[in-house]
Design a protein around this ligand. Structure first.
Ligand code: NAP
Length: 229
């Protein structure tokens, strides 16, 4: 397979890149930086998904079997402190960025009979204080997942993964010391926070043959957080 990982330079995206390479696939990463992946045998395209002009480079790609879109935010604030700009910034990164990337890679995805994986959050299914902005954006992304899956069946499959707290730089503020880490693990029925690999395994499964009869779904990979008490 040839797979584009947008936001494959860190965290869950980087873990997905490593798994795809282990399985012998061709990988292209699009992100702002490549310090953590410079040593890997991949093509890197410099893009900022909030700068739509920079995404023109993605239009040159052909025959993609997968697009994994990872950029996202955890912008946690009490509702009364969230400004219109906070909601807009979260929407631009999580939703509009994904839309722009998918529109530009759509011909390549059609050519390659490809599949798309997007990232939501557990905070869409499970109400959580201070998550209003990110949950609003990720909820929109879940709607996009199902709409596109319907519109593009049977050619292109579209699914999403909704992680709970996962040990990446994005979550560093929430996992900054042993006490925070233990408290976070304790809140999960499976008593652990996620590792990037826990989430990446599902992304790679969905893109590949394992996902060939799956479309329009949102999978909670969340230590039981969204369903168990
Ligand atoms: N970690 C968690 O606890 C958690 C929980 C629930 C949901 N999620 C979701 O899972 C997804 C992946 O999260 P993660 O923890 O792996 O995040 P991460 O460690 O921050 O990685 C995000 C990736 O996206 C890229 N990126 C960010 N902004 C970008 C921009 N404007 N343009 C281009 N690339 C950009 C980053 O690369 P550059 O900086 O090099 O551009 C990086 O490769 C996100 O959508 C997040 O909302 C994560």
């Amino acid at each position: 397979m040839k797979v584009l990982v947008v936001g494959g330079s860190k965290g869950i995206g980087k873990a997905s890149v490593e798994l795809l390479l282990e399985e012998g696939h061709e990988v292209i990463v699009a992100s702002r930086s490549n310090n953590e992946i410079g040593h890997l045998p991949i093509e890197h395209i410099e893009v900022d998904v909030t700068d739509h002009d920079s995404l023109a480079a993605l239009e040159d790609l052909d025959e993609l079997q997968g697009v994994i879109y990872c950029p996202g935010s955890i912008n946690l604030k009490p509702f009364h402190r969230l400004k219109a700009e906070d909601f807009q910034a979260d929407f631009d990164l999580n939703v509009q960025g994904a839309i722009q990337v998918i529109q530009r890679t759509m011909p390549a995805l059609k050519e390659g009979k490809g599949s798309v994986v997007l990232f939501s959050t557990v905070a869409v299914q499970q109400g959580m204080s201070f998550h209003a902005s990110v949950a609003a954006s990720k909820g929109a992304l879940e709607g996009l997942t199902r709409s596109l899956a319907a519109e593009w069946a049977p050619t292109i499959r579209v699914n999403a993964i909704a992680p709970s707290l996962t040990d990446t730089s994005l979550a560093a503020g929430l996992l900054g010391n042993d006490k925070k880490r233990e408290a976070s693990a304790e809140r999960h029925p499976l008593k652990e926070v996620g590792s990037p690999e826990d989430i990446a395994r599902m992304a790679v499964h969905l893109i590949g043959d394992g996902g060939k009869w799956i479309s329009g779904q949102v999978f909670g990979i969340d230590g039981g957080m969204s369903r168990l008490r």
